[in-house]
Design a protein around this ligand. Structure first.
Ligand code: DAH
Length: 357
């Protein structure tokens, strides 16, 4: 039949070519064992340049005009059939390549949950509490929102004192009468404020209790300072108060030196420089020397008789000392940190360096 003019024979040959191609493609794709074999078959049959289907498509041009529609239809059928075979083969080898997940082994350890850690300032606060506790100081707390009496008046800081300046404090806009808060003035002239010092806690404790007293209070204080390497509008203080008969500055210095040596480790020297605080007399600045450097850590002194009188103690009978240190400062000193803003940036690369003691 080949070679007969009229195109009949060439249409038969064309169909036969497609039948053969389909059969060969089925054999190759159904038998393909892996992805490489499927890919080789794809190139052989459907390859865009020299695939066998492409060659037959070229032969379509030689089919007579009259036979062209039938030839085209058959060509498209064959092409779709080979494409289906390819898709099925691809899906089959892919399933083999990804084995089903093994059954769950409930005896294996679970996924590790990363453990958090305490903020370096929290670690510092706990350590200070622990050391002071060993020296007999009981930990106490006070409110962060305070009234004029506890933050200033009872601490002998009178109304005209610059420490009460509105620009140096976070006063709160409150209305009404400060009843029950120790104040005797309406809130308009006796506004509440975010406490600017933890010395407030001395007053609160002495109002409630009688001597002997040994207390330590650690907490936040607030001042509208611009943040820089040594200032922040919120920071922490340690407040210590000891009220016992016969207390002297020597006791104060011993306690601070014992504290500093325990906290920083080694022999830490403490130096007092004369200073002034309204609530202590005499008053001193406390410096600590550690690793060859002196650093100012806070203030201290003997509790002023005016303060003792304000809380109802008899200044002729009672003596005591008080001190206030900056928590950020002692933490920075211990860890060699030169910018306290690092404590508040929440950068885990910084925080990770304090795994806890
Ligand atoms: N309250 C002071 C301040 O914030 C620090 C201070 C100084 C506290 C002397 C004291 C003290 O208890 O006796 O600057």
């Amino acid at each position: 039949m080949t070679g007969t003019p009229g195109g009949e024979a060439s249409l038969d040959a064309f169909f036969a070519g497609l039948d053969r191609l389909e059969a060969d493609a089925a054999a190759a794709l159904v038998g393909a064992a892996d992805e490489a074999a499927v890919e080789a078959a794809r190139v052989e049959f459907l390859g865009a340049r020299s695939g066998r289907l492409k060659a037959i498509q070229k032969a379509l041009g030689g089919v007579s005009q009259a036979d062209r529609p039938a030839a085209g239809r058959r060509f498209n059928e064959a092409k779709a059939a080979v494409a289906d075979l390819l898709a099925a083969a691809q899906a089959r080898v892919r399933a083999v390549a990804t084995p089903a997940a093994p059954p769950l082994d409930v005896t294996l350890p679970g996924p590790a949950v990363p453990r958090g850690r305490l903020h370096p300032l929290t670690q510092t606060i706990r350590r200070v509490q622990e050391i002071m506790g060993r020296l007999g100081f009981e930990g106490v707390d006070g409110p962060e929102v305070e009234d004029q009496w506890h933050n200033f008046e009872a601490l002998a800081i009178p109304a005209e004192h610059p420490a009460r300046d509105p620009l140096d404090n976070f006063y709160l806009a409150t209305a009404g009468f400060a009843a029950g808060r120790g104040g005797t003035m309406p809130d308009a002239v006796n506004p509440l404020l975010l406490r600017s010092q933890t010395s407030t806690v001395q007053i609160r404790v002495m109002e409630q209790r009688r001597p002997p007293l040994r207390i330590v209070s650690l907490g936040r204080v607030y001042r509208p300072d611009t943040a820089d390497a040594t200032h922040y509008p919120m920071f922490h203080q340690v407040e210590g108060l000891l009220v016992e008969p016969g207390t002297t500055m020597a006791h104060l210095k011993s306690v601070l030196r014992l504290f500093a040596s325990s906290f920083l480790g080694g022999d830490v020297h403490v130096r007092f420089r004369p200073s002034f605080f309204p609530f202590t007399e005499p008053s001193v600045e406390v410096d600590m020397e550690w690793g060859g450097r002196w650093v100012e850590m806070g203030g201290a002194g003997m509790v002023d008789p005016a303060v003792l009188a304000a809380v109802g103690y008899d200044p002729d009978e009672v003596t005591g000392f008080a001190f206030g240190l900056g928590v950020e400062r002692i933490a920075a000193r211990r860890h060699g940190i030169d910018d306290i803003r690092d404590f508040y940036r929440n950068d885990v690369r910084f925080l990770r360096q304090f795994p806890g003691s």
